[in-house]
Structure formats: C-alpha cells, structure tokens
Design a protein around this ligand. Structure first.
Ligand code: CA
Length: 228
C-alpha cells in the first residue's frame, strides 16, 4: 500500500515516514502543493495525508482539485491541520477529505485512522487473506495454497498474484503491472512481465488444473473472475 504525505514541516514528514514505513506502507513525501498535484497526475497512491497549510497551492485547494479529476475523485484523503476550530473541520470535510486530524496528533491515532480508512474504502486490499475457488493466499504469512497444498512462489510471482487477485476480472496492461508490482522507478522490459506470468502459471496449476490467469490479447492479463 502506498501512502503519499504532502507536508512542508520536515520534522513531521520524517516522523510520519518512519512510522508509516514501520507499518509496512510504501511512503512518498512531497513538500509543495503544486509538486503534489503534478505527482498525483502521474500516479495515484492508495491514500493521501494532506497538510492543510502548504506554501503555494494549499491543501484545501489541492483536495478540491483532486475531487474533480476522475483518477483521484475517490482517493482516500486525510487532512492534517493545526487549526482545531469546528468551522474549519467542517470546511475541511466539505472540500472532499475523508477524515481530518488536528495537529498535534498522536502517531498511533493517525495510524489507526489510516488503517480504518483503508479498511473502509479498500477492504480487498487490506484483507489478510484472499481466496478464489480452491486458491487461497495468506498475505501475512506469505503463503499460497491450492486445494490444500502449498504452492511455492517466488517473491515477484507472489506480488503479481496478490495484485491480480485484488481485482478479479480487471485487465491490467504490462505497463500497469510493471508500475504496480515492480515499482514505477524500475526500468525493465515489458516482456519481463510475460516471463513472470509464465512462472506464476506454472506454480499455480498442474496440467489438469484450471489456469486462473487470463491473457487478454493485445491488452494484458487479468485474474479470471469466473475462476473457482
Ligand atoms: Ca504546513
């Protein structure tokens, strides 16, 4: 899960990064509203922690803009603010934020709100177990079983399967898979995706078993929603 932190107070950014990473999130930090706006046009994280007062484009204005774009209209957003007045709380939520935390806040409380919001908006992505047909994935123990037997997947195949299983039926291009499974800063050939999908298929199914991965010619791959 990726969290973007947009905050201009360096000490707070450092604290948030440290604690979010300790919880297992991938963290990206940005200290300017405009910069965040540009970054969010290129890639959308799973959740945004957004400071209300930023130099230049404010958090409130950025939040409003994000809600007008299709790609970010549902992005989970928690606003961070130094102001605690009721009127400002209401304004913060009226701009489209999902939740609101007043500085100074306790880190455990913020983390609990992050978890709660993700659980609410992305239940499949935060679930400890994913299952389809006779296939089960335990995301905590990093185990995959099919019809009760343990499957041995490499780390990349595991992440690939996890990503596909989270959105059954949805077709992902090789480029989308590279960005989401390998990371957007990694420059590798799209054919690498085919190699790993091949390995994943081999690990998932014996010759007599059904293949849960669907190849969509000219488009990419999907986890077959009719599997099971
Ligand atoms: Ca600030």
């Amino acid at each position: 899960m990726r969290v973007m932190v947009v905050e201009d107070e360096e000490a707070l950014t450092t604290l948030l990064r440290y604690n979010l990473e300790a919880e297992g999130y991938d963290v990206e930090t940005v200290d300017h509203g405009e910069e965040a706006d540009l970054a969010l046009r290129e890639h959308v994280p799973d959740l945004l922690l957004l400071d209300w007062m930023l130099p230049g484009l404010s958090g409130v204005e950025l939040c409003r803009r994000l809600r007008l774009r299709r790609e970010t209209e549902r992005l989970p957003i928690i606003m961070l603010t130094a102001r605690g007045e009721e009127a400002d709380r209401v304004r913060g939520l009226a701009t489209g934020a999902d939740d609101y935390v007043v500085k100074p806040f306790s880190v455990p409380e913020l983390l609990a709100r992050v978890r709660a919001l993700l659980r609410r908006v992305k239940p499949a992505e935060i679930a400890e177990r994913l299952a389809a047909g006779d296939l089960e994935m335990d995301r905590v123990q990093h185990r995959v079983r099919r019809a009760g037997r343990d499957l041995h997947l490499g780390p990349t195949e595991f992440r690939l399967l996890e990503f596909l299983m989270r959105s059954p039926g949805r077709v992902f291009s090789r480029e989308q898979l590279l960005n989401s499974v390998w990371g957007r800063d990694v420059y590798i050939d799209e054919r690498t995706v085919d190699v790993h999908v091949g390995r994943l298929r081999k690990a998932l199914a014996d010759t007599h078993e059904r293949d849960p991965i669907r190849t969509v010619r000219g488009s990419g791959y999907a986890f077959d929603e009719t599997f099971g």
